[in-house]
Design a protein around this ligand. Structure first.
Ligand code: SF4
Ligand code: ZN
Length: 309
């Protein structure tokens, strides 16, 4: 293998889809530069914004916090970190400890909101109540997670919420929406969606970077992160889609990039977007049909024993 395509030093990573061979320093710089380009292209952050980075304690979110903090002079926004404690005994505590450690080493303000304080139950308890209902644990939990992140961002006075979704997450969601016949939900994937009805604009600065590159970046940057998965993680179709896309990428390097661009094209042409436009009749949160998904899920829980909040 020849030397780094940029500086000639010893090779560290080969970006198969572009043919670039990079040394470790140039690889790390390329991740920061890609993030910067994505942020510029979609005007994600403006000078004077207060950006809440949603940190779970996993590699992607802590890498995002590190990169956005490193770019602070360039974007001119203030960076804070917010975490959600879903209430999963023996799992989230460790992740939050990592988040706390990284935030404090960067000198970034960090706050934590919990399901228990916001909704009156822990995830452990709610899933117990939920029993064997049709909704998967992650679909159920995700509804409350999104609301909790909005709440944390609003408590932190943020104007923007940054999440660490990467290109793999993005194309998987796109394909899953197609497979579920949920074309109406694709408007949510629009990177330029301003998020009317939400307390803060949502941005995904890693959305053009492959997951494996972010993992490598986090690992080589010495970022401590939690690698154990949530015990309730049930990905079902998503893991099949992930395996399929990884297989396609291995056979045809660059295929995920092509799919990403196709997704953007489809989304930009798709006019009839199901985006929240009416405040929820119960809680005032964003909804598309008068009752938001959080309140709908709470209704579902009320039919179970012991839940009164
Ligand atoms: Fe919730 Fe699923 Fe994440 Fe666990 S893996 S915290 S259930 S969304
Ligand atoms: Zn509501």
């Amino acid at each position: 293998m020849s030397g780094c395509s940029k500086c000639g030093r010893s090779p560290f990573y080969t970006r198969r889809y572009s043919g670039e061979v990079l040394c470790e320093d140039c690889f790390r710089v390329s991740i920061v530069e890609k993030t910067r380009r994505t942020m510029t292209k979609h005007r994600m952050v403006a000078r004077g914004d207060r950006v809440a980075v949603a940190v779970s304690g996993g590699k992607d979110s802590l890498a995002l916090l590190t990169v956005l903090h490193g770019l602070r002079e360039w974007h001119g926004a203030e960076i804070v970190a917010v975490s959600v404690d879903e209430g999963v005994a023996g799992y989230r505590d460790e992740a939050i400890a990592h988040a706390r450690k990284v935030a404090s080493s960067l000198g970034v303000e960090h706050s934590v909101v919990s399901y228990e304080a916001l909704f009156g139950f822990t995830l452990d308890r709610a899933l117990d109540w939920k029993g064997k209902r049709e909704t998967s644990s992650c679909s159920f939990c995700g509804v409350f997670r999104r609301r909790a992140i909005d709440e944390a961002a609003s408590q932190a006075g943020a104007t923007v919420v940054a999440t660490a979704h990467n290109l793999d997450d993005y194309v998987q969601t796109f394909v899953m929406n197609l497979l579920h016949g949920d074309v109406g939900r694709m408007g949510w994937l629009d990177p330029d969606y301003e998020g009317a009805g939400f307390p803060a604009r949502r941005v995904k600065p890693f959305m053009e970077i492959y997951e494996e590159e972010i993992a490598l970046f986090a690992h080589r940057s010495g970022i401590p992160f939690q690698s154990v998965s949530c015990p309730y993680m049930h990905e079902g179709l998503r893991s099949e889609v992930r395996d399929y896309l990884n297989e396609m990428e291995a056979k045809h390097p660059g295929m995920k990039n092509v799919l990403y661009n196709s997704a953007l094209d489809v989304i930009s042409r798709y006019g009839d977007r199901e985006k929240p436009s009416v405040p929820c009749a119960t809680c005032g949160g964003p909804s598309s049909a008068g009752l938001c998904s959080v309140c709908r899920m709470k209704e579902l829980l009320k039919h179970q024993v012991n839940y009164t909040a």
